[in-house]
Design a protein around this ligand. Structure first.
Ligand code: CA
Length: 157
């Protein structure tokens, strides 16, 4: 469950990771150690990423953690949020539990949520998300990847 809140004048997007339920078990203990990583993409380019803390040994983690991104109002139509849920492992590579995407250009619940957020500035809008197994292809193979950065993209680094 995620909530989105946008402040147009400040150009600030707050993504609050609230909680998740019924995650897949990735460890031999029959549990997982999930955390959430949110990447801010502008026309396929990764601008910024932020993550929550790791919740140990749980399939129903509760976070209530806010991740704040600076997005100028002029760019709000161009950005996509890629949300990854990852199982933390002390040894070896962390494994992907699921992903979802949010933005005005995506297909699915992430689009409705984004538009609702834009219609209700300064107010948090909360929604549950189903997790997909992998990153949607149109985000991975974005043709803008290999081109110079588009002029409309901003730099928030
Ligand atoms: Ca683990």
């Amino acid at each position: 469950m995620l909530s989105l809140c946008y402040l147009p004048t400040a150009g600030r997007l707050t993504v609050t990771v609230i909680k998740m339920r019924n995650l897949r078990a990735m460890d031999i203990t029959g549990s997982s150690d999930p955390y959430v990583k949110v990447c801010l993409l502008c026309q396929g380019r990764r601008i910024k990423k932020k993550k929550t803390t790791v919740k140990k040994s749980t399939l129903n983690p509760v976070y209530n953690e806010a991740l704040v991104f600076d997005i100028p109002n002029d760019n709000i139509e161009d950005v996509t949020l890629l949300v990854k849920v990852v199982d933390y492992d002390r040894i070896g590579a962390n494994e992907l539990l699921g992903v979802t995407v949010i933005g005005s250009q995506v297909i699915g619940p992430g689009r409705d949520h984004w538009l609702e957020m834009l219609e209700c500035p300064r107010r948090p809008v909360t929604q549950w998300y189903p997790l997909m197994e992998s990153v949607p292809l149109n985000l991975v193979t974005s043709p803008t990847r290999s081109l110079p950065p588009p002029l409309t993209c901003f730099n928030s680094t």
